[in-house]
Design a protein around this ligand. Structure first.
Ligand code: ADP
Ligand code: MG
Length: 533
């Protein structure tokens, strides 16, 4: 798609229905669209970023500080703008955090490219220069990264806290962060975090400080009989993937049910069979019975009279059954005859009537439940989003084992180093490498401007500190001064940064290499945002 001087391979007639933009016009059109997306998320960035209130078509409201959530809510149909939204989504999927960073950086690369294009630099050379720069940046990141002591709770807490800062959860971070670290610990096996071992539940109605994490499971639903106990300290839990009901076989029914006596006999027979099965369950010592299918009235009355709690119609699939099995240390039985003392899990059971669920805290299981609480649905949903980012980021840091100083520190340092490298790059690409360095500084710039500080002052201060050898110098958002980001506990996993740089560079390159836009529908304005801020 390169080669500005060449004619495009498509032969176009002068059909008025098609709108054609070539070369600079095509690029400018796309770059303008990209900026629309950047501006939509800019103000959410960093610890002093503002929340956005998103009102959906049905009037549902979301209050969020999360870049991807903002972008997902917007009605974007410009292809170039969509590419930028794609960067944010990819970032969210790959590493779970740094989405706004990626979008801002892509925007800054395009802004820089506009200057270079005006100065007559060919887009292909700009793209080449950006690729050289991102490679150098990766080498420098390796050099700047510190290893993470994954066994150290404080180190993980810092990473979680940095990720939560700026979200509505920030003020309650003290309550939440240790829980999140605890959740990650409980989902870690052999040094790797396995999110299949963690179930997160978001319950509206109580304060965030009432959030909790425990080994065990949350079981939605209520007992199948009024008189059953709802709280059991010393629970022995049976997991049945099946039903507890009378089941005369069709065969028997057909052969014998043509007389009333025959039918009664079959039922009596079945009742005895079911009673025996329930007796067998009771003999194993089970006092909590969790059943995917139906427990019929007879069985449920029997269990109830014996003080057993039964919950039925749980409808769990394979993944949920596996989680329950591991979390409770029980075996999944498909046939009541197979229940035995050693197929039971051990737990203590609490009832949460407000959310119509039971909380089963187990003592020996592998698998944890994180119950996030918040005053209202919209509050707890945002807590859920923020917490999920923080969990991802910790897992990422544990897997990657490299951390970088935040607060703009790493960007300013990378920019300074790149400017040094640029001197060694020959030809016009040198300009592009320098432009890449300038683009990196959009991160500290935006942090500063969102916090209300003079951008030039802040940047001058940061550059001076880095020139003096302080690679960890970042922005103190409380007063605009320079702080040691590592000492202040502002650290992020290196992969989050790498992914953001890479995604942004690729997208900017893609947009710069487009030299023709043809649209059958006419060229519409960029963003039909239904965002409000
Ligand atoms: P993203 O979507 O890119 O994660 P955020 O709004 O979460 O955007 O902001 C992340 C940025 O905020 C990072 O550059 C991070 O270093 C910075 N940051 C986080 N905590 C602080 C802090 N206490 N002081 C200064 N900067 C911070
Ligand atoms: Mg973040």
């Amino acid at each position: 798609m390169s080669g500005g001087s060449r004619e495009p391979p498509v032969v176009l007639d002068d059909d008025d229905d098609l709108l054609h933009l070539r070369d600079d016009d095509a690029r400018q059109y796309n770059i303008d669209a990209a900026h629309g997306v950047v501006e939509a998320v800019r103000s959410t960035f960093g610890p002093r970023g503002l929340d956005k209130m998103l009102v959906g078509t049905t009037g549902d409201t979301t209050v969020t500080n999360d870049g991807v959530t903002v972008l997902n809510s917007m009605d974007i149909d410009h292809p170039a703008a969509k590419l930028l939204v794609q960067v944010a989504r990819a970032q969210e999927e790959e590493v779970g955090d740094g989405t706004t960073t990626a979008v801002l950086f892509a925007g800054a690369l395009l802004r820089q490219a506009e200057d270079l294009l005006e100065r007559g630099l060919h887009p292909v050379l700009i793209v080449d220069g950006y690729h050289v720069a991102v490679e150098r940046a990766f080498e420098d990141i390796d050099d700047l990264a510190d290893p993470l002591d994954a066994g150290d709770d404080t180190a993980l807490e810092r990473i979680a806290r940095t990720s939560l800062i700026g979200t509505s959860v920030e003020t309650d971070a003290t309550a939440l962060v240790p829980l999140l670290v605890e959740a990650v610990r409980r989902a870690t096996v052999d040094g790797t975090v396995d999110f299949d071992l963690l179930q997160v539940h978001a319950h509206a109605g109580r304060s965030i400080t009432r959030s909790e994490v425990f080994t065990g499971a949350v079981v939605e639903g209520d007992a199948c009989h009024e008189a059953m106990p709802r709280e059991i300290d010393d629970a022995r839990v049976m997991l049945l993937d099946g039903t507890m009901e009378l089941e005369p076989t069709e065969h028997e029914v057909r052969v014998e049910a043509d007389t009333a006596d025959g039918l009664a006999a079959i039922l009596a027979d079945e009742e005895t069979r079911l009673d025996r099965a329930v007796e067998h369950v009771l003999e194993t010592g089970a006092n909590v019975v969790l059943v995917t299918g139906n427990v019929d009235d007879r069985a449920s009355a029997f269990l109830s009279s014996e003080g057993v709690l039964a919950v039925d119609h749980l409808g769990w699939g394979d993944a949920e059954l596996r989680f329950l099995r591991d979390a409770l240390g029980a075996a999944v039985v498909t046939d009541l005859g197979a229940v035995a003392e050693d197929t039971l899990g051990h737990a203590s059971v609490r009832r949460d009537d407000e959310h119509d669920c039971f909380l089963l805290e187990s003592d020996g299981g592998l698998g944890a439940s994180l119950v996030l609480r918040g005053a209202t649905r919209s509050v707890v949903d945002e807590i859920d989003r923020s917490a999920s980012d923080a969990l991802d980021v910790m897992a990422r840091a544990i897997a990657d084992d490299r951390t970088l100083p935040g607060g703009g520190a790493v960007e300013v340092e990378l920019a300074a180093r790149l400017r040094g490298h640029a001197d060694g790059v020959r030809g016009p690409q040198q300009l592009a490498v320098g432009a890449f360095a300038d683009a990196l500084e959009t991160i500290p710039r935006t942090l500063a401007s969102n916090a209300g500080f003079d951008v030039v002052n802040v940047l001058t201060g940061l550059r001076a500190a880095h020139a003096a050898g302080d690679a960890n110098a970042g922005l103190d958002v409380s007063d605009g001064s320079v702080l040691d980001a590592r000492e202040a506990g502002i650290v992020e996993p290196a992969q989050v940064k790498e992914q953001a740089l890479l995604g942004a560079t690729r997208t900017a390159a893609q947009l710069l290499e487009i030299d023709l836009v043809v649209s059958a529908e006419g060229l519409s304005p960029v963003v039909d945002g239904d965002e409000s801020s």
